[in-house]
Design a protein around this ligand. Sequence first.
Ligand code: SF4
Length: 260
Amino acid sequence: MSGFLFNDVIFGPVNSRRLGSSLGINLLPVTGKLCNFNCIYCECGLTSNNISQLIDKVPLRERVKNALETSLLKIKNEGTKLDSITFAGNGEPTLHPEFANIMDDVLFLRNTILPETKISILTNSTTSGKPDIFNALLKADQNIMKLDAGTEKMFRAINRCKIDITLEDIVKNLINFKGNLIVQSLFLRVKINGRIIDNTDPSEIEAWLNNIIKIKPKMLMLYPIARGTPINGIEKINFDELNKIAIKANNLCIKTRVYE
Ligand code: SF4
């Protein structure tokens, strides 16, 4: 199944299950997904190998700034409710070469036009070891960082990383946030070529929780797949099952919410 791509730099506001009324910023190309993961559940579809070509097609910083300013002024003038300005879109936003500067532009525009609105970013956590990106992520009100697995084996099976980074590296980077982060984890079950991939398995949950304890996020977001996936047959984990995982995290004093 092919994936869904946003066709502009700014999209929405959309009604987000986790963020409320959300105006999206897509720092990625509109012609193809740009990511260093190839998650089996990615709504944008499978990741291609032409990262170097796609990186040339990201929108210029000035274009992002102008488009966001226009949208925020319209929202303000129309009195539309806006909960979040959200970096999301067709892949991993922090791969944009000017991500850190764009974060500063977004902060300036938010503070000037809609100071009550939160700035959120959905990221796969892989670039958070780079100092400029780390610092930029700390400027967001909600830096929502992906951690779907407790073991290297599950990490490779679900996220299918295309760069040389391990789950252990990612966990170390997340620990460096000293609790100033939100962790997002998607749970699923699927059989691919006869092999079961299940990050709800008790031993996987235990390993994942061990990582969560080390990271100590200010909040955990648990959720299942919501829309189409590029791999067929992925099971949507129901609320009760996710809630049992949430209770385990809550028992470790980690504030946890489940989203359906
Ligand atoms: S990190 Fe996000 S954009 Fe990248 S493959 Fe995974 S779900 Fe898709």
